[in-house]
Design a protein around this ligand. Structure first.
Ligand code: M6R
Length: 366
């Protein structure tokens, strides 16, 4: 049932191009000029009333939510807060009548996420669920649902669910922006075109698996790893670090690169692996100077950057290139190498990749 793959996680990583295609399918017009989310059936008036969005989720779904915030704020100019469900549900958050609550859950059964949904409904707020399981508790109880068509995800480590959550959030952000006219028509067309090009580009990214395996073997002898990024790259760094620690059991930390000198730099020693994500053009020079800071302490730096970026190669020990897309969609390109890095580090350490110790696929208790 693993279709020739050694583990479900590996299979699910390779299913991502198809999963992205399936999640996009039927959600853009044939001429590629508009996003259609007919499952929502929202009127323009309803959309105009939304004055704030709270995104609530756990783990990997929370990390997708962070990217969603960046996308929605950029394209629709609606303020978005993202919060871990176990905190949000007990916090008495300030929720206006027109605050839209978006819950994200692969399984649709996560206890804290479901509780946050119920609290929001009790307050009379509209709840939109982004979930992978049709008929799950979250899907049944929310007012509106966007299904991510990732297909069943068996491995405890979430991979294709994350990628498709990102696609759903991008579609949602464009949908809001095109309705509110906070983005021009030609920008909508560009976004849609780029979204449609992602599966093909993801296929290309996956071809670097042998190089990543070799790097992961070298990294797996170390007891720490640091994931750095700025802006959206930082949000992906968080997800990369979670994946890495979850299945390799190696201590991993994600840091906004600019925060290094506020403490973390003390931990950077000779050869410690640093994974630096560098795709956000307007932050490029800043990121490069952070890389120099860790290199000066003899860290071993793996840079992940856009194909064609020759500059980066001069500053790091090893580069992995990913096909260029809009800076905004970079997470879809960056996450596959990070998933593979975690996967091969886990294999190198002889761990049970699909069933990491102490963890369950679906956390239905607090
Ligand atoms: O099913 P959900 O998306 O609600 O699950 C949330 C988290 O439990 C989940 O993403 C978890 O963090 C993954 N095991 C990470 O790989």
């Amino acid at each position: 049932e693993k279709g020739g793959y050694a583990h479900y996680m590996q299979k699910e990583i390779y299913e991502q191009p198809k999963a992205v295609r399936d999640t996009l399918s039927g959600r853009v017009t044939e001429d590629g000029t508009r996003v259609v989310l007919s499952e929502l059936g929202w009127t323009e008036d309803l959309i105009k009333q939304i004055d704030r969005i709270h995104i609530v989720a756990c783990g990997t779904s929370y990390h997708a939510g962070l990217v969603g915030k960046a996308a929605i704020e950029k394209l629709a100019r609606i303020p978005v807060d993202v919060e871990v469900a176990s905190e949000y549900r007990y916090r008495d958050p300030i929720v206006s009548r027109n605050t839209l609550i978006v819950v994200i859950s692969q399984s649709g059964e996560t206890a804290d996420t479901l509780a946050a949904l119920r609290n929001a409904k009790a307050l009379g707020n509209r709840v939109l669920a982004i979930t992978n399981v049709v008929g799950s508790s979250v899907a049944r109880e929310a007012d509106d649902v966007i299904i991510t068509w990732a297909g069943p995800e068996i491995s405890v480590a979430s991979t294709k669910a994350y990628t498709t959550q990102l696609v759903a959030l991008y579609l949602f952000a464009i949908y809001l922006g095109q309705t509110l006219q906070t983005i021009a028509q030609d920008a909508v067309t560009t976004y849609v075109r780029e979204l449609q090009a992602l599966p093909q580009k993801l296929d290309e990214v996956l071809q670097s698996a042998p190089q990543i395996e070799e790097i992961a073997r070298a990294f797996a002898v170390w007891d720490d790893a640091f994931f750095l990024g700025r802006g959206i790259d930082y949000y992906v760094a968080l997800e990369g670090a979670l994946k890495y620690k979850e299945i390799s059991y190696i201590h991993a930390e994600a840091y906004p690169a600019g925060e290094l000198k506020h403490g973390t730099l003390a931990l950077i020693v000779d050869h410690v692996p640093v994974i630096a994500l560098v795709t956000q053009d307007e932050l490029y020079e800043k990121s490069l100077s952070n890389i120099k800071e860790v290199k000066a302490r003899d860290a071993y730096v793996l840079g992940i950057a856009w194909a064609g970026d020759e500059e980066i190669a001069k500053s790091v020990d090893r580069v992995l290139y990913v096909p260029r897309t809009l800076p905004f969609f970079a997470p879809i390109m960056l996450i596959a190498p990070l998933q593979l890095l975690a996967y091969y580090a886990s294999v190198a350490r002889g761990n049970d990749v699909d069933k990491p110790r102490n963890l369950a696929k679906s956390v239905t208790v607090e």
